[in-house]
Design a protein around this ligand. Structure first.
Ligand code: AMP
Length: 282
């Protein structure tokens, strides 16, 4: 497995693959790998003879400096996992390589970014779009793989690809969970023992609401039930629980008006912020 740190090395490598007419799949990550990331590599390898992953903790997408500073960084372990998983190459740029000078470009995603993560993390999706568009221009993959765990991010990248005309297919892969239901996240290692024990309640809350909706309960009842579970919780501070259209993220008022809906949650456990979601129709 090649470890590429410079743009020139990456370009040379990609040019060679294209000259050999090999399809290139791409999995961008911020490292601190878990089985969720590795599932994207498996999916990528199924359809591409060349799998390029990247590791870059993108400062532009952190609206909270302390979150950026404490974000886990485990590069040598990550490289080992990528190698075991059969990646062809990993791009590990430093900050100056990606941002030789502070970027001025601003993205705007309208209503897609005015809810949920976009509403609670100002500038987050601008940072995501900056880094993903840059990586797409450098890697020029045929297909890129993302997780449904970050559903809003996926929809925003999809819109960016369409608006900017990137010739890249996007693949949204299922959420990988621990045995107790907790969605795997690089931030899970930052949880205290008590917080980790409480964390699966986010997924349980989502499943609970989904069951209620499937049994015909109203949206407002399902919302109240979930909000009730977390009211006065010792370890979990709910930030939002939304029932949204799975493509536009518009608030759902009547289930019959939508092909599918996503139930999305974000909460703080101590200082650690976790997100999760489930689709009503799997
Ligand atoms: P990150 O390193 O957090 O930026 O995530 C890199 C990619 O892995 C993103 O496309 C995420 O949506 C995806 N991902 C993160 N957690 C999971 C998970 N539990 N299951 C599947 N994909 C995930």
């Amino acid at each position: 497995m090649l470890i590429l740190r410079k743009i020139s090395e990456l370009r040379k490598f990609v040019e060679k693959q294209k000259a050999d007419k090999k399809k290139v799949g791409f999995v961008p990550t911020m490292g601190a790998l878990h089985r969720g990331h590795l599932s994207l590599i498996s999916e990528c390898k199924k359809n591409n003879p060349v799998t390029i992953a990247s590791i870059f903790v993108n400062p532009q997408q952190f609206n909270d400096l302390s979150d950026y500073k404490k974000y886990p960084r485990t590069e040598s372990a990550d490289l080992k996992l990528f190698k075991e998983k059969g990646c062809t190459a990993v791009f590990c740029p430093d900050e100056k390589t990606i941002y030789p000078e502070p970027p001025l470009l601003k993205f705007s995603f309208g209503t897609l970014e005015q809810v949920m993560e976009g509403a609670h993390r100002p500038g987050h999706f601008n940072g995501v779009a900056l880094v993903v568009s840059k990586l797409f221009n450098l890697v020029t993959p045929d297909t890129a793989y993302f997780g449904q765990k970050d559903l809003q991010q996926f929809l925003i990248i999809k819109k960016m690809v369409s608006d900017l005309g990137f010739n890249i297919k996007l693949n949204c892969c299922p959420i990988i969970r621990d045995k107790d239901g907790l969605a795997l996240s690089s931030r899970n290692v930052l949880l205290s023992n008590d917080e980790r024990k409480a964390a699966p309640e986010l997924y349980k809350g989502l499943c609970n609401a989904r069951n209620l909706l499937m049994k015909g309960q109203s949206i407002s009842q399902a919302k109240k039930t979930v909000q009730g579970i977390f009211r006065n919780h010792s370890f979990i501070r709910l930030q939002y629980f939304e029932i949204a259209d799975h493509k536009t993220l518009a608030e759902v008022k009547n289930l019959n008006d939508h092909e599918n809906v996503a139930l999305c949650i974000a909460a703080f456990l101590g200082k650690v912020r976790l997100i999760d979601n489930v689709f009503l129709k799997m």
